[in-house]
Design a protein around this ligand. Sequence first.
Ligand code: SF4
Ligand code: SF4
Length: 107
Amino acid sequence: MNNLSYLKNVVTLKMDENKCTGCGMCLEVCPHQVFQMNGNRALIQKRDACMECGACRINCPAEAIYVESGVGCAAAVINSLLGKSDAACCCGPQTGPNGKNSGGCCC
Ligand code: SF4
Ligand code: SF4
């Protein structure tokens, strides 16, 4: 998943480098390797690879990260798995051979 990126410059992800304590938790939890360490602080290295899952924001002990989760691709995957028919994603919901939504997605 290292080379995935979504639409350019639409991601809501922000980070306050002054609050960062350099714990590295965001690097641990991010499924798309968006963050990198820069000395004793993290920085956003690949913003357009972010799928707005919210894992980094939830797990940052310094509350240094902001991202609007629950509206992007990750939310669409979860909604799709829950059988919600309005689930949508960058490539649209996938339909399996039985005609049911299989929850597939580009991420
Ligand atoms: S989880 Fe928060 S405090 Fe820890 S490195 Fe990432 S931004 Fe910094
Ligand atoms: S919201 Fe998810 S994908 Fe985006 S930077 Fe945070 S952990 Fe990574």
